[in-house]
Design a protein around this ligand. Structure first.
Ligand SMILES: Cc1cc2nc3c(=O)[nH]c(=O)nc-3n(C[C@H](O)[C@H](O)[C@H](O)COP(=O)(O)OP(=O)(O)OC[C@H]3O[C@@H](n4cnc5c(N)ncnc54)[C@H](O)[C@@H]3O)c2cc1C
Length: 116
């Protein structure tokens, strides 16, 4: 990266954040899925996976649903929200681990030990 100093200051900084919102639906009009409902920081590498899981769960509920769409959306949110919150917390914890933990002597000793 020969130009890293120039490029760093020339380019805009990105923003990584966590989206925590509720409810994910409005009546029977729409439902949020994927990052719109639960964007997470990318330090667990699971954001897209969580979004695909939304599709799977929504599809499964749709298969046998006989109620109205507002209830269906609420059921979807009930099933997915706890998991979305959990992976959001794990991703943030892993950020701290990667930022601070890897510099700790005990962590380095474990890593060296695992590689030999
Ligand atoms: C740096 C980084 C690394 C990541 N690494 C991983 C990883 O290793 N593994 C993993 O599973 N996930 C990872 N993710 C997360 C993953 O990219 C997202 O979770 C996933 O893309 C979410 O998909 P989505 O369809 O919900 O949203 P998006 O991919 O954001 O799609 C939303 C789309 O809507 C469009 N749009 C926005 N506004 C409008 C509008 N008004 N009208 C029409 N279109 C609109 C946007 O242009 C975009 O194409 C990472 C994310 C980042 C930022």
């Amino acid at each position: 990266m020969p130009m890293v100093g120039t490029e760093f200051f020339r380019n805009p900084l990105g923003l990584l954040g966590t989206v925590r919102c509720q409810p994910w639906h409005f009546e029977d009009k729409f439902v949020l899925i994927g990052d719109a409902a639960h964007a997470i920081v990318p330090f667990y590498g699971q954001g897209m996976n969580a979004s695909f899981e939304d599709c799977l769960v929504l599809d499964n509920i749709l298969d046998n649903w006989e109620g109205n769409m507002a209830e269906l959306f609420a059921e979807f949110e009930k099933q997915r929200k706890p998991n979305a919150d959990a992976i959001a917390n794990l991703a943030i914890e892993n950020f701290y681990e990667m930022r601070d933990g890897v510099a700790e002597p005990a962590f380095c000793a474990k890593t060296i030990g695992a590689n030999h």
